[in-house]
Design a protein around this ligand. Sequence first.
Ligand code: ADP
Ligand code: MG
Length: 631
Amino acid sequence: MSRIHTLPDLLISQIAAGEVIERPASVVRELVDNALDAGASQITVRLIEGGVRSIVVEDDGCGIAKDDLPLAFKRHATSKIHNLHELEHVQTMGFRGEALAATNAIAECSILTRTAEGAHAHLLHGQSGEIAPAARPVGTTIEVKELFFSVPARRKFLKSTATELAHCVEAVRRHALVRHDVQFAIWHDGKCIEQWRTQAEQPEQRIAHILGDAFAQNCIHIDHQQGPLSLRGSIGVPDIARNRADMQFLYVNQRHIKDKSLAHAIKSAYGDVLHGHKQPIYALFIDIAPELVDVNVHPCKSEVRFREAREVYAILRNCITNALAAPRSTADAAPELIAAETHTNATPSSTTHLLNTPTYYPRTPQSATQGVAEAQALWASAKQSAPHGVQQRMHELDHAVGAGEWETALGQRPTTTHTGGSNGDTSSPETKQDAIWPLGKALAQLHGIYILAQNAQGLVVVDMHAAHERIVYEQLKNGISTNQLHGQSQQLLVPVSFSATPLEIATAASHSDTLEQLGLQVSQLSASSLSIRSVPQSLAQADAVALTRSLLAELEQHGASDVLEKAQNAILATMACHAAVRAHDALTLPEMNALLRQMERTERSDQCNHGRPTWKQLSHKELDGLFLRGQ
Ligand code: ADP
Ligand code: MG
């Protein structure tokens, strides 16, 4: 080993570039960050050969004063913060003063810039440091040519032009999604390939523009405020979930981030309505007081650390759980109701009654978060201001149409089967009530599998087993508490011991209550082993060690409430499957109607327990289309 010495400046920047600049898209991200920090309202990104040959970012921001220009490519030189206090409250995208220096160390860079005060523009050449007078309107153009020309080893890691281009476009798209007030354009090899205009674009319009119409038409809007945190954005309904996690956008204070824990919070909120292999689509924006989040934990600023990470996790999860809970058949019910009511000359009082209640509250789920006081408290407050809900809306529906006549409880249905449709259609002929119910009035059963119903929009087709399975499952979830699960454990004749990591032993000790609630008794045997004395009855056949290990891993990562709820739900789902009406059970029309009414008031009833849809609407228009009617 040689003596300790300080590294030359250029090498330090090249080392920093190793962290900050992975590929052309990293440069694009940094340059667009800078343009946004400069207050730009129009940003144009010009790329040649996927950005490898050249990246040019033009903005109409504030520009850089001539006197500051020599510092622009200096390491740790920034106009954005002065001290630790400002770092802790930072609102800009950048603050490390590193990106331009790092880029300049591995590419040929230049800055052409002009401030509002400047008589003309200046051009700074990165390598030589020379500054020359130049022409340009107020704003900045930064050019980065021949990326990694001085570090050929890095250049080898670059992928095809198409791949690098796709990453660059994605980097701009991430900015465009959150900054709907800024106009973006991307040019590649001289052609404009992507453009997002502002022209009075609302946040939702920008989201629709970027994520597509299919998402815009099948998403749920979220707008939630809790303490110092606000959460807004849109999440896709389970039906449009994807095979890849390529349409998931999460922001904290306008910064696109990758956060495993928060991604897990969202995924687990979908857990009960989405098949495990499917990936939800979302664009979610968290805004939180800057002092409650540390953005200085990652060189690319793509990760953050929350001071109250558990709370943020719980709010995100609960908020999305609630948003997904309301059956979508009733989501548009109010306008339909109003239309129907007007149509049938209903009393004005009921109409105004509906119009005046824009906020709906979900019922109180007796979920497994019980007993976990902290999560429960958050849950309660998150719930209170939840945008969507079922209970209230259904109460209003009942009220509006004087319901109660459909209250045939399917749950109390005798096990004997009836002959479908031949007996007891006690409903009146087509009345205004029938048109009002979101899922309509049952017409018939098809092949013992589907219920056909008529509603205001057209034809509704329901998978009766799938729908009933969900209803029973939700009833079970609402009726059971973790205490009832307690005791359903089976003592092992011979305790099973296994070697455990220190983390596993610590987790087992701190979560022993939760484990016992699940019917699992785990205790420490030695400094490096645990012993299992009992396992949950329903899982007695399972590999106790594998089960315990995976539970410990989940407890350690996600805390007690998540694990309890997941474990409990798995058991209840199995029970629900057995209790639900089976395919080929013949249902009477009143029973079918009862099922439809229960679907309308059951949370998550649009999806069966395995994440498949329970019903589909065929609109008048779609039906007419099938028969080329009116064409
Ligand atoms: P940081 O963004 O962390 O401050 P950078 O290396 O990205 O560090 O940029 C250094 C400085 O150069 C910034 O602080 C800013 O003052 C200036 N700058 C960079 N890009 C622009 C731009 N497009 N418009 C105005 N100023 C810019
Ligand atoms: Mg920057």
